[in-house]
Design a protein. Structure first.
Length: 305
């Protein structure tokens, strides 16, 4: 009589890791979704379209799976300046490398700009439809015919209506995406949140405050350059330039008696101190560089890919 074979101990699930692009037209909530998925702010948000200009990687490790999210600029469909061409090249470059695409739209809405983005998504990649801003939909029953119409536009791998501001929705999304990650080792340490440097995050935080505090007055063709960064123990001394195209824009940023620039600096410093868990001395300057957004040379010098 043969002895029964003892049951094997529970095997440890294999590690999974994959690159996930977050794409969509400007202002559908891509950066808000990325920050929610990572659990910390790594991408700036504002009501002004086209605030994300760089390929920003956010990382979140949940159990045996590591999700490497790539936030992208919204596809630029209306302007043909060098800045816009550069942003679109960034998006195309991201899509060529990823394992999965999250196509973000506003729940219940699909316009011409959304359709242009959808048409540019590669056919050989699985695409998950993220119907964001679900909390803004008054009648959920109206979503059923909308979802049916979306299913006719493309064979989406998954449909996920959610609100990026709700933690339960974010956790549900992790479970949906996990099976699509390849079985392979992690790209980053378990506690990594982003591949971007503190210097880059500082310039983005200043740019976010710039957009939020100038509203629609300031054209989006303005950027922030870190000129100096010195660590003195617990203190960081940062000097940064806000670059604009016209003298009139400089006046908008400085404000009456310099009050607006002071507020941009104050709010940026407070957020930087929170992010870096230490004291920050921040000095801001405003410089005029006519035509920088249409100059490939200027774009490269300011860190655009």
């Amino acid at each position: 009589m043969t002895e029964p074979t003892p049951a094997a101990p529970d095997a440890t699930p294999p590690q999974r890791c994959g690159l996930i692009a977050i794409v969509g037209r400007p202002n559908v909530g891509k950066s808000t979704l990325l920050n929610a998925l990572v659990g910390q702010k790594v991408s700036i948000t504002s009501d002004k379209a086209q605030t994300t200009r760089h390929r920003i990687t956010g990382v979140r490790t949940v159990d045996e799976a590591q999700f490497v999210f790539v936030d992208t600029p919204g596809f630029q469909t209306r302007h043909n300046a060098a800045l816009n061409r550069t942003l679109n090249r960034t998006v195309h470059g991201v899509l060529a490398d990823v394992d999965l695409v999250l196509f973000v739209v506003e729940a219940g809405r699909f316009g011409l700009d959304d359709a242009k983005v959808l048409a540019l998504l590669p056919e050989d990649k699985p695409v998950v439809l993220i119907a964001n801003k679900l909390d803004a939909v008054n009648r959920r029953a109206e979503l059923a015919p909308w979802l049916k119409g979306m299913a006719e536009r493309r064979n989406f791998t998954e449909f996920v209506p959610l609100s990026a501001k709700k933690e339960a929705d974010v956790q549900r999304l992790f479970k949906i995406l996990k099976p699509y990650l390849p079985e392979q080792g992690w790209f980053y340490e378990e506690d990594a949140l982003t591949d971007r440097s503190e210097r880059f995050l500082a310039s983005e935080i200043i740019r976010e405050k710039l957009f939020r505090l100038t509203g629609d007055e300031l054209p989006y063709t303005s950027t922030v350059v870190i000129d100096k960064w010195e660590d003195e123990g617990e203190l960081r001394r940062i000097s940064a330039s806000i670059v604009v195209e016209r003298d009139a824009h400089k006046g908008m940023i400085i404000g009456q008696g310099g009050e607006r620039l002071k507020r941009i600096g104050s709010e940026s410093r407070q957020e930087l101190e929170h992010l870096m868990d230490g004291r920050v001395f921040l000095e801001l300057w405003v410089k005029v560089r006519s035509g920088w957004a249409d100059s490939e040379e200027h774009l490269r010098s300011y860190g655009y890919e």
